[in-house]
Write a protein of this length. Structure first.
Length: 259
């Protein structure tokens, strides 16, 4: 008798399980793009809520094929997206502060890029618009185009399409030949996808957990984000590099743009 009751209970549960719609590729892409589109709003908990800034701890691992070596680093990253006009791509300001393996800062106010290594007593200062023109697929400037990923990349499921925690894995390839990105993998937070598909809500959970870039030379750089905080109202002044006394400014030529 108890076995019959158990079977009946299972049959009662099956309809509710069957009603759970599978997550489609387009659901994950929209979860990823929507908070960064130029049309997002500051109304939290809506289908068009935007992410205007974020801060996180990060871990970076770079596999360098030519010397068969792995380099690791960690630190804190801050981003701010400034929307001037609805038709414009948001201006991206960022600050990467490396604590390991050596102290280093990569800072941009959206117009100028500074790369500072305290040990060298030099800061490399570049016009970021020149970098964008010379290297529009540069990973430094890539994050400014999160709202238009499907325009710039062919996107498909990764293999496998979920990680051990059930987060979604996407594989992206540039739509045009790139000198810096052969393929890009993005792990999308399952909680952000759930908010979008079940509650029609974006902007409360930062959707990116990690990125992995494979370049044409066989190198791979993976960045994992932890302790992510969104919409902290970070001041624009935080994204301007204040040159310490005695630090030399170096400005690269057009052939040397980079970081």
């Amino acid at each position: 008798m108890w076995s019959r009751i158990l079977v009946l209970l299972l049959f009662c549960l099956l309809p509710s399980l069957a009603c759970a719609a599978p997550i489609g590729l387009n659901d994950v892409i929209k979860t990823l793009e929507t908070p960064f589109k130029s049309t997002t709003t500051k109304d939290r908990g809506t289908a068009t809520s935007g992410i205007y800034d974020f801060q996180a701890d990060f871990f970076q691992e770079s596999q360098i094929a030519s010397i068969d070596r792995v380099q690791r680093g960690r630190g804190e990253v801050s981003f701010k997206f400034q929307r001037v006009r609805l038709t414009d791509v948001p201006l991206a300001m960022f600050r990467w502060e490396y604590r390991e393996p050596t102290l280093q800062e990569i800072v941009s106010d959206g117009r100028t890029l500074w790369v500072y290594q305290p040990d060298s007593r030099q800061v490399i200062e570049s016009d970021i618009s020149q970098i964008s023109r010379q290297q529009s697929d540069n990973p430094v400037t890539f994050l400014s185009g999160l709202g238009n990923l499907s325009r710039d990349f062919n996107i498909r499921w990764g293999s496998p399409n979920v990680d051990r925690e059930g987060n979604y894995v996407l594989e992206l390839q540039p739509r045009r030949i790139s000198q810096m990105i052969n393929s890009l993998q993005i792990v999308v937070d399952r909680d952000a996808v759930r908010d979008y598909t079940e509650s029609n809500r974006t902007g409360e959970v930062f959707p990116i957990l990690s990125t992995s870039v494979n370049d044409p030379n066989g190198n791979r750089t993976t960045i994992e984000f932890h302790g992510i905080r969104v919409n902290r109202n970070i001041s624009e002044r935080f994204f301007h590099f204040n040159r310490p006394a005695g630090v030399e400014v170096v400005r690269p030529t057009q052939e040397q743009f980079g970081y």
